[in-house]
Design a protein around this ligand. Structure first.
Ligand SMILES: C[S@@+](CC[C@H](N)C(=O)[O-])C[C@H]1O[C@@H](n2cnc3c(N)ncnc32)[C@H](O)[C@@H]1O
Length: 292
């Protein structure tokens, strides 16, 4: 029962009535289990996604930027380079393992305009009209109530300020869609975390409803060939949208894993398995105050 309730949280990326504190904290713990143990988090894909988001946010020198769920600080540090010594960047995340890596990087780079703080984005209190830009790179799908978070970010932006986040198409990454399909045959239904913002239209509708204007969505293919099905299985299984809380025997687990490998192999060519990653880079503006 607990397992079902934990998974219900993510059904629509909004808090479901009846959610208990323990199931919310179990979900949080699963994210922490995943991200606090990632010494090799950064790779070409992650760097490309974060730097592209910052590019599309069109930041300017002197601006005050918040990077929500900053992880190892990829977007925050790229933003810090743009806003320069007259600007400021705050990166927040609740995974200390990730923040430690971010902190080490700014020390090595000697960046004095950037700081990192521990904060749970689901509970983060933000003052009104504080930031010129709020970024959230490859992380919004983890939030338990995306509309509420976006409303808070809207309030925390100065008039004319920009929100910029990246999210995935509902049928991406295909290696994860396949993972959910296979585990479903074994009785485990994992809701799609990319459902709520899974099309440009849905992104637009939600942002408009909240009051954002000048919404721009850039769709890019960040896919790559997977050479190693074992890594794809492990990445999916240990994620918060995976099998962390599933109590299977080793035999059951192995059987499901082998079925996944079989599906991956069947869909592979000589180059490997094409893992389609269709990413939406979304930017939108809080309207400027009317001059009367
Ligand atoms: C895929 S990583 C993205 C990190 C970084 N933004 C990037 O572009 O590389 C997801 C990050 O979201 C963080 N995260 C997930 N839910 C969060 C929450 N409720 N509050 C703060 N951080 C959260 C995780 O700890 C992790 O560092």
């Amino acid at each position: 029962m607990q397992e079902i309730r934990d998974r219900v949280i993510l059904q629509n990326n909004t808090i479901t009535p009846g959610m208990t504190y323990s199931s919310l904290s179990a979900y949080k713990q699963q994210i922490l289990n995943d991200f606090n143990n990632r010494p090799n988090y950064e790779n070409e894909f992650r760097i490309r996604a974060a730097t592209r988001l910052v590019e599309l946010a069109k930041l300017q020198s002197g601006q005050h930027v918040l990077d929500i769920a900053t992880g190892t600080g990829l977007a925050a540090i790229a933003a810090a380079m743009v806003v320069g010594s007259t600007g400021r960047v705050l990166g927040t995340d609740f995974a200390l393992g990730m923040l430690q890596q971010a902190q080490q990087r700014i020390e090595v780079l000697g960046l004095t305009n950037t700081k990192f703080e521990e904060a749970d984005a689901n509970e983060q209190e933000l003052q009104s009209s504080q930031f010129d830009a709020i970024l959230c790179s490859s992380a919004i799908a983890y939030l338990i109530d995306i509309p509420t978070s976006l409303r808070r970010w809207h309030n925390a932006l100065k008039p004319g300020g920009v929100v910029a986040f990246s999210c995935l198409a509902e049928n991406s990454p295909t290696a994860s869609v396949l993972f959910r399909t296979v585990v479903k045959r074994y009785g485990i239904t994992i809701p799609n975390p990319n459902q709520l913002l899974g099309t440009p239209k849905r992104c637009c509708q939600l942002l408009e409803m909240i009051g954002f204007k000048e919404i721009e969505i850039t769709t890019e293919q960040l896919g790559f060939y997977l050479q190693n099905a074992e890594d794809a299985w492990a990445g999916n299984a240990k994620s918060a949208f995976g099998l962390q809380d599933v109590k299977w025997s080793n035999e059951q687990l192995e059987q499901c894993k082998q079925e996944y490998f079989k599906e991956i192999n069947q869909a592979s060519t000589e180059e490997g398995y094409w893992n389609d990653v269709t990413m939406f880079f979304v930017t939108a503006r809080k309207p400027s105050e009317k001059v009367t």
